[in-house]
Design a binder for this molecule. Structure first.
Ligand code: TXA
Ligand code: MG
Length: 319
């Protein structure tokens, strides 16, 4: 079925144990009733997601998470007060309400309140959380429009709730509160600077270094990948081996003088990292569909959302 805005239909399908794609401010999610193990199993099937990779559960209030016996520390309350609903996910101790298939057998669970009016309305009607990974086949670029979801999973899921283009465009920042010092598990749509400033302390970032560490099982080295080869660097370095027409470029703010303009995607002419993050995944898809042999992307400045953009590009480029 074509994407639409029928929240009631989304609710009915979810109650029946079906999958529904939902808009969030970060990326579209592929949602199922988190308390229904069979429904959650369908997520793994449709995404071809490895069974060891746990899912984030979504709801519309901290009170609901608490009612499912999930304990929230003072640090989490501090961050949630400022940034939830928003692009931040908290990893906390799991409660027995949450089926093991959601957490892939881990003793922790990832929770998040997404900031999108349609999805918040839907969640408010539900007395269960929604388990939802990004609504893309495992390993591929995350969807930031309903149409992106439709292109890849349209035939496999009964409904896509269309909430327009995602405002943030890059997945949530994930912080684990399972050990004493909060640990950064994934760079994302909320900057580290904002988080550390609010907490009044530094995050432990050692888990980001080893990408194949089982603590963040989904953060594999290769992810978010287009089908074409992607390189990070300067276009002119590839002109010796390829013709200008064979290269697509993803630039932060300024076009290069080497490629035809139609081969160049400028993420933010005003050089805003937030706008660039919002445009990134759509640009990767567009470049992938061009009649070229390779894609060259700029390295982005390392501050604010620039860290998360560079993280996604590195994984997309990994081979
Ligand atoms: O912005 C987002 O977070 C989007 C939207 C739909 O909410 N969701 C998303 O889900 O990006 P997914 O499944 O594509 O990525 C979730 C990441 C994975 O890397 C997974 O390994 C990690 O969260 N994760 C989930 N539960 C975890 C846990 N208990 N401990 C450590 N990492 C966990
Ligand atoms: Mg994903």
């Amino acid at each position: 079925m074509q994407p639409g805005t029928d929240i009631k239909l989304a609710e009915t399908l979810l109650r029946k144990g079906e999958l529904v794609a939902i808009p969030t401010e970060t990326v579209y999610g592929l949602a199922a009733n988190a308390f229904d193990g069979d429904a959650v199993a369908k997520i793994y099937e449709v995404k071809k997601r490895p069974q060891f990779n746990p899912l984030i559960i979504h709801s519309d209030s901290l009170e609901k998470f608490e009612s499912w016996n999930i304990k929230l520390s003072g640090d989490i309350l501090k961050l949630a007060e400022k940034f939830s609903p928003g692009p931040i996910t908290f990893v906390v101790k799991k409660s027995s309400h949450i089926p093991d298939i959601v957490t892939a057998g881990h003793t922790s669970v990832a929770i998040r309140i997404p900031r999108h009016p349609l999805t918040l309305q839907l969640l408010a009607q539900l007395d269960f959380p929604l388990a939802a990974p990004s609504a893309n086949p495992s390993g591929f670029i995350s969807p930031t429009t309903a149409w992106h979801v439709y292109e890849q999973l349209g035939l496999e899921i009964p409904y896509i709730l269309d909430g327009g283009p995602c405002a943030v465009g890059i997945e949530s920042t994930i912080i684990s509160f399972v050990s004493e010092t909060p640990q950064l598990l994934r760079l994302g749509g909320l900057s580290i600077e904002d988080i550390e400033h609010t907490l009044g302390k530094e995050l432990d970032k050692t888990k980001l270094i080893n990408n194949d560490d089982p603590l963040a099982p989904g953060m594999l080295s290769k992810h978010y990948a287009p089908t074409k080869k992607l390189y990070i660097g300067q276009v002119e370095d590839y002109l010796g081996h390829y013709k200008a027409e064979e290269i697509a470029a993803i630039h932060f703010a300024i076009a290069d003088p080497f490629l035809p303009l139609k081969n160049q995607l400028i993420l933010s002419p005003e050089a805003s990292l937030n706008v660039a993050a919002q445009q990134l995944f759509a640009a990767l898809r567009k470049a992938d569909q061009m009649d070229v042999k390779l894609i060259v992307a700029d390295a982005f400045p390392n501050h604010g959302l620039g860290y998360a953009i560079n993280d996604r590009l590195k994984r997309a480029a990994f081979s």
